[in-house]
Design a protein. Structure first.
Lengths: 445, 293
């Protein structure tokens, strides 16, 4: 019995749709009451209800870290709000065995006019810490937040980074037996996010029970023992992180498997003697149409139709971020000799080895050209979108703490350069040019 | 990593916390009568303290006069009353100089009006806390009342100064003063507990409150003595809990003669009724706060 920290059974929460926020003033309420009989006539009698959460049941063992994932509106936040006693369930029961702290945002109750020191005490009290406890941990909190010099400055003069660091530092020093956390890690710069994740990991290792709601799949994979996928307020799947996350990410198919490039609108100024017909993702390890895990190859097939005999045909591709910044491109002539092409259909297979694009959405552009003046026969700068998904490999590479879009393979070596003795092998290579570490060649693939 | 080490922390936990009593929180949908759970409010007294402290710290930031505002408000009102009602209209003042007569009434009134206004708006003003953190919500209106008590103490020094100036010694009834203060606070809190949940649902309340306090000010014998009210209207006066408090204040501090017994008994009953019903209503509405805010 004492092995269970959180017991949730048949939990449901119903909201009234539309009506509640609208009747914010008494006038509205009275007006609505007068309109009610007429509304009944128009057949719109019952107020509309929506179940934000329905029949959710699960147990959380002591010391377990449970991740809750799901799209926006899946009921994650509602669940967390019920567990943290901010709102009441409509039906069902929850039992929490132990001291509970919930962290629905960082910096709750921070007052801009108060100093950093004052806010630590205020925020600590709001989060349920006792004064003595705050005093005891004060130095630790300040050190973690790295704001020693600004302790007596009102926080309205803080940079947003400092503010967030201080707010998280207070929260991170709570010592509950059960910790409920919502997406608070989505704040601050990459370095601080990493620190927060590290702190979360510590909390988990100390044997506290954690319920963690997040969109950050990489963090979920790294921190959680078990994951629940919510959709439409109900539990869809529950189990070990990797398969649940993979199913969740693969679940939403938007792009067709075979993209009909032929029917896409084109810009002007194209010669049109050759035309892009279709594109297909051939990857073996894909997780759905145009979704592939981080670190895998990118294998595509592009069908091209040639209408006239051409002296040569070159296919080019470009990958850009969704914001339009081009980050990689390649041409068929890099690996194919420029041979003349007669009319007909051609299938190009393109393989990008071990693509180290950071998890996220990217845009693939395709183009066809023929002669040395590089006039375009066909061009689709936004042919299709594809997604790189978080995987175990991504979790290993801590991709969530890296801001760059491309994470190429570098080899780092380290030798002790303080003494005369050097380790065998590594010493030579490194000793010659210590400054060129980043340029070190990639390991053979 | 978590899978393999999963079992170890469990044992460690059990070792660290040998306390057999694990605090258990049960969450169920509430139906019908909701217990007040005042003990829990007491457990959160540190938060109560910090909320008061925050309000006081922040209130007079970027003001020139700062804490003097707590004195200025009743003082200026007293001057206006003295000129208009004391001089021009010639309202009787139960045998004491009109300025001190008015101020002794304004002082508890200010406490009441401020407590009522602040507690009535308190939930809406602390929306960001209510939607993000759990704590007994009663702490919020309660903290605003405590802050008003501090202002009351500050403004009270002026009354002490005036008593010295007019050479008036407090009567034997001075011991009743804390009880009268308590009554003013309880009455204000009771109304605040009714108004603040209503304010969450209907923001009209925010606009009703200033209007309410203004009307209530003139329904209370502050600018005039209750002896001016015809006897057959006295019972009606007694329905206003502040009537007893204000007359009681003058009786305790200035030694005015008034037939207080019946007035105070009635207003005490009404105060208790307001407070208890307010607390029950507040707790009943509490579950919807986070959803409506």
């Amino acid at each position: 019995m004492t092995d269970i920290a959180v017991h949730v059974e048949g939990l449901g929460k119903r909201y009234r749709l539309g009506a509640a926020p609208a009747s914010r003033t008494a006038y509205d309420a009275i007006a609505a009451a007068f309109r009610a009989p007429f509304r009944r006539l128009s057949g719109n009698a019952k107020p509309e209800h929506i179940w934000a959460l329905k029949n959710v049941t699960f147990d959380l063992r002591r010391g377990e870290v449970l991740g809750i994932i799901g799209r926006n509106g899946a009921g994650k936040s509602t669940l967390l709000k019920i567990l943290s006693r901010i709102t009441e369930p409509t039906e069902g029961a929850v039992d929490l065995y132990g001291r509970v702290s919930s962290l629905l945002e960082v910096g709750t109750g921070f007052h801009p006019e108060l100093t950093g020191r004052e806010n630590i005490f205020l925020n600590g009290a709001i989060l349920g810490m006792h004064r003595a406890e705050i005093v005891r941990k004060f130095d630790e909190i300040v050190a973690f937040a790295e704001v020693e010099r600004f302790l007596d400055t009102p926080v309205k003069h803080y940079s947003s980074g400092m503010f967030v660091r201080l707010a998280f530092a207070v929260a991170a020093h709570l010592e509950p037996e059960i910790l409920l956390v919502d997406e608070v890690l989505a704040v601050g710069d990459a370095g601080f996010q990493k620190k927060c994740l590290g702190k979360m990991g510590d909390v988990a290792r100390e044997g506290r029970t954690v319920l963690f709601v997040s969109h950050n799949m990489s963090a979920v994979l790294r921190l959680c023992d078990r994951v629940i996928h919510l959709d439409g307020g109900q539990v869809v799947t529950e189990g070990p992180p990797a398969p649940v996350v993979a199913r969740y990410l693969g679940g939403s198919v938007e792009q067709q498997a075979v993209v009909p490039l032929d029917s896409l609108p084109r810009g002007s100024g194209l010669k049109g003697r050759a035309r892009l017909i279709s594109a297909t993702l051939l990857n073996r390890e894909r997780l759905g149409a145009w979704k592939l895990p981080f670190g895998s190859d990118l294998v595509l097939e592009v069908h091209v139709s040639v209408l006239e005999r051409l002296p040569m045909l070159e296919l080019g591709l470009a990958i850009s971020t969704v914001t339009g910044f081009e980050i990689a491109s390649s041409l068929s002539s890099h690996s194919l000799p420029p041979i003349p092409r007669g009319p007909g259909e051609y299938a190009f297979q393109i393989t990008g080895s071990e693509l180290t694009l950071a998890p996220g959405t990217y845009r693939l552009g395709l183009g066809l050209r023929t002669d040395q003046y590089y006039e375009l026969e066909d061009h689709l700068p936004e042919a299709l979108d594809f997604e790189i998904l978080v995987s175990d490999a991504a979790a290993q590479w801590k991709t969530d703490t890296i801001r760059a879009a491309v994470i190429p393979k570098f080899r780092f070596q380290c030798a002790n350069s303080s003494g005369p003795t050097m380790e065998k092998g590594a010493g030579n290579a490194y000793g010659r040019s210590p400054g060129s570490g980043l340029g070190g060649q990639a390991p053979p693939v | 990593m978590m899978h393999t080490t999963g079992a170890t922390p469990v044992q460690k936990m059990a070792g660290e916390h040998e306390d057999p009593v694990i605090p258990t929180i049960r969450i169920r949908p509430s139906r019908g009568f909701v217990p007040l759970r005042l003990r829990e409010v007491w457990e959160y007294r540190e938060l109560l303290y910090f909320l008061c402290w925050r309000t006081i710290k922040v209130r007079y930031k970027q003001t020139i006069l700062g804490g003097a505002w707590a004195i200025l408000q009743p003082l200026v009102t007293m001057v206006v009353f003295s000129v208009i009602f004391g001089r021009l209209v010639g309202v009787p003042s139960d045998g004491v100089p009109y300025p001190i007569f008015a101020y002794a009434g304004l002082l508890p009134w200010q406490l009441f009006a401020q407590s009522l206004t602040e507690s009535g708006n308190s939930l809406v003003n602390n929306e960001h806390l209510i939607t993000k953190v759990y704590f007994p919500r009663l702490v919020i209106p309660a903290s605003t009342v405590l802050v008003s008590l501090l202002d009351f103490a500050v403004a009270g020094t002026v009354l002490a100064g005036m008593m010295v100036y007019y050479r008036i010694a407090p009567g034997v009834g001075v011991w009743a003063l804390p009880l009268l203060v308590l009554q003013a606070v309880c009455a204000a809190l009771g109304i605040g507990l009714w108004l603040s949940p209503l304010n969450v649902r209907y923001r009209d309340i925010r606009h009703v409150i200033p209007f309410l306090t203004q009307c209530w000010l003139f329904a209370t014998p502050i600018a005039y003595p209750s002896s001016l009210v015809p006897p057959r209207w006295r019972v009606l006066l007694g329905l206003n809990p502040m009537a007893g408090v204000v007359e009681g204040f003058r009786w305790a501090l200035l030694g005015t003669k008034a037939d207080l017994g019946g007035l105070l008994a009635l207003s005490t009953l009404i105060t208790i009724g307001l407070l208890v019903s307010g607390a029950v209503y507040f707790r009943r509405m509490e579950r919807t706060f986070a959803d409506v805010l």
